[in-house]
Design a binder for this molecule. Structure first.
Ligand SMILES: [Zn+2]
Length: 459
C-alpha cells in the first residue's frame, strides 16, 4: 500500500513539474517569442546579419527599403537613402531607434500563432508618414553639417520629415573610424535621441508660463542695459534693448527681460511648464521612444534666470521642440506626432490595428497658445524678415543661438510653424555649432518649408 502511495506521489510530482514547465514555456513564448526569432543567427530572417524580410515605404508608396530577389535594396535616390537612413536603419542594424530594429518582428511577419511563417515569404510592409522628397530636400540643406530637421502636420500628427546628420548611404557604407570627427555620433538620430542646449528657443516655454501665471505680463516694461548682476553673477544680453514690453522682449530675445520673468515665475512653475509642454518627458513616436530633455529644478536666482533663458544646464531634443511649436500652432492642443501609418501583410491586410495615431492632449489654453502664436508672427515680421520665408505660409517662429562652454561655436536653432492652415506644418531645425540661429538654422528652415509649400501646391 505504501509503495502505491509513493508511486502516486512521484507521478503527481512529475505532473506538477510538467504543468509548471509548460506554463513557464508558454509565458516566455508569448513574452519573448519576438526576441527569439530576432536572433541574428536565424537564417530564415537574416542573411549575413542583414534583415531580409519586409519593406518600408514613404507616404506616397515609394520604397525606402525592400527585398528584391533576396537582396535588400534601398531607395534608388541617394539623397533619399542618406536622408532616411536613421529612421529606416542600415544593413548592419547600427541604429537602435530605426524602424528596421524596432519593428524587426513586424517586418519579418512574426506572429505568435504562425511564428515567422508567411505564405509569400515576403514579410510585412510598413507604410510611414514620411515624405521622401521633403526628407531629401532637408538633407541637401544640412548634409555638410551636424544637426536635425523635423517637420510634422500639427493637425494630424503625421511626421513628414525627420532627418539627422551626419549620415551615410546605407547602400555604400563608408569605413568609419571612432576618431573621425566627420562621423561623430553617426549612429545616433540627433532629432530624437540626443539633447542639446536650446538657448533662446526655450524662451517660448518661459513665455507660455508667463502668460498663464503673471497677470500683468503684457503691461510690464523691462529695462535692458545689456548686463545685470543677479545673485553675484552677471546676466548678459546680446544687445542693449533699453525699454521694451513682453512682446518686444521675445522679438529682441532679451536675456535681461527673460531672466526677470523667470524670477517672477520661480522654480516650481518653471519646472512644471517644462514638463507640461513635453520638454522634459520622453515621447512615444510610433514605438520609438525619444530622449527626455532636462532642466535644473533648484539653485540661486542667477541659475533660475539662466534656466528660463534656455542656458544653465537646459537640454532639449529637436523633436520635442517641434512638438511644442506644433501645439502652439494648433491652438494649445497637441496632436501627438507619429510615423507609422499602417502595417500590412503581403495580401494587403492590416496586421496591426489600433496604432495610436494622432491622439490629442490639451497642453495650453487656446488663449495662451494664440497669444504666443501672435508673438512668434511678430518675431518674423519685426526681426527675421518675412521676405526671407515663403510668402504664403505666414511663418511664425523663434530663433535660438545657444552659447556653449569654452570656445565652442554656438548651436543654431530655428523653430516655428505656418499659420496659414493650407500648410499645417510645424518645424524644428537644429545645426550643431552652427552659429546664429536666425541666419543658419533659419536659412535651412526657409528652404525646407519652401519645398513643403511646393509639394502641397502640386497636390
Ligand atoms: Zn536685452
Amino acid at each position: 500500500m505504501k509503495k502505491v502511495k509513493r508511486r502516486a506521489m512521484s507521478v503527481l510530482v512529475i505532473i506538477l513539474c510538467l504543468i509548471v514547465g509548460i506554463g513557464t514555456f508558454t509565458y516566455r513564448f508569448f513574452r519573448e517569442g519576438r526576441d527569439w526569432v530576432n536572433f541574428t543567427a536565424n537564417k530564415h530572417i537574416y542573411s549575413n546579419g542583414v534583415l531580409i524580410g519586409g519593406a518600408i515605404y514613404d507616404r506616397d508608396g515609394n520604397a525606402l527599403v525592400h527585398t528584391v530577389d533576396g537582396v535588400r535594396k534601398y531607395s534608388d535616390n541617394e539623397s533619399v537613402r542618406c536622408a532616411t537612413m536613421h529612421i529606416v536603419g542600415d544593413k548592419k542594424s547600427n541604429i537602435a531607434t530605426s524602424l528596421q530594429k524596432v519593428y524587426a518582428d513586424q517586418l519579418m511577419g512574426y506572429n505568435t500563432v504562425n511564428g515567422t511563417y508567411s505564405v509569400s515569404g515576403k514579410g510585412n510592409s510598413i507604410y510611414t508618414t514620411l515624405d521622401s522628397d521633403i526628407c531629401a530636400s532637408a538633407y541637401e540643406q544640412i548634409k555638410d553639417r551636424k544637426g536635425a530637421v523635423c517637420v510634422y502636420n500639427y493637425k494630424t500628427g503625421e511626421v513628414i520629415c525627420l532627418v539627422s546628420t551626419p549620415t551615410y548611404d546605407p547602400e555604400n557604407p563608408p569605413t568609419i573610424s571612432p576618431e573621425d570627427d566627420k562621423y561623430e555620433g553617426v549612429y545616433i538620430n540627433r532629432a530624437i535621441s540626443s539633447t542639446f542646449t536650446p538657448g533662446s528657443v526655450y524662451k517660448l516655454v518661459t513665455a507660455a508660463a508667463a502668460i498663464d501665471n503673471i497677470d500683468d505680463i503684457f503691461d510690464q516694461k523691462f529695462t535692458c542695459n545689456k548686463t545685470q548682476v543677479v545673485n553675484g553673477q552677471k546676466i548678459v544680453c546680446s544687445g542693449t534693448h533699453r525699454n521694451e514690453n513682453f512682446e518686444q522682449a521675445l522679438a529682441n530675445s532679451c536675456n535681461i527681460a527673460f531672466g526677470n520673468i523667470s524670477r517672477q515665475l520661480g522654480w516650481n512653475t518653471t519646472v512644471e511648464y517644462a514638463r507640461k509642454l513635453g520638454i522634459t518627458t520622453a515621447h512615444d513616436l510610433s514605438g520609438i521612444i525619444t530622449a527626455k530633455g532636462n532642466i535644473a529644478s533648484s539653485g540661486g536666482d542667477n541659475e533660475l534666470s539662466w534656466t528660463g533663458i534656455g542656458q544653465n544646464t537646459d537640454l532639449v531634443n529637436p523633436f520635442a521642440m517641434m512638438r511644442l511649436v506644433g501645439t502652439i500652432a494648433n491652438h494649445g492642443v497637441c496632436v501627438e506626432p507619429y510615423l507609422v501609418e499602417k502595417i500590412t501583410n503581403s495580401s494587403g491586410f492590416r496586421t496591426q490595428l489600433g496604432l495610436s495615431n494622432g491622439s490629442t492632449t490639451r497642453c495650453l489654453s487656446r488663449n495662451t497658445a494664440d497669444k504666443l502664436s501672435d508673438m512668434m508672427r511678430n518675431n518674423v515680421v519685426s526681426k527675421y524678415g518675412d521676405s526671407n520665408y515663403p510668402q504664403n505660409m505666414e511663418i511664425c517662429a523663434k530663433s535660438g543661438t545657444a552659447e556653449l562652454d569654452g570656445n565652442k561655436k554656438s548651436h543654431s536653432w530655428f523653430v516655428g510653424f505656418c499659420r496659414n492652415e493650407k500648410y499645417p506644418y510645424a518645424f524644428a531645425v537644429f545645426v550643431q555649432n552652427g552659429g546664429s540661429g536666425a541666419t543658419v538654422a533659419g536659412g535651412v528652415a526657409s528652404k525646407v518649408m519652401a519645398a513643403v509649400e511646393e509639394k502641397v501646391n502640386s497636390q
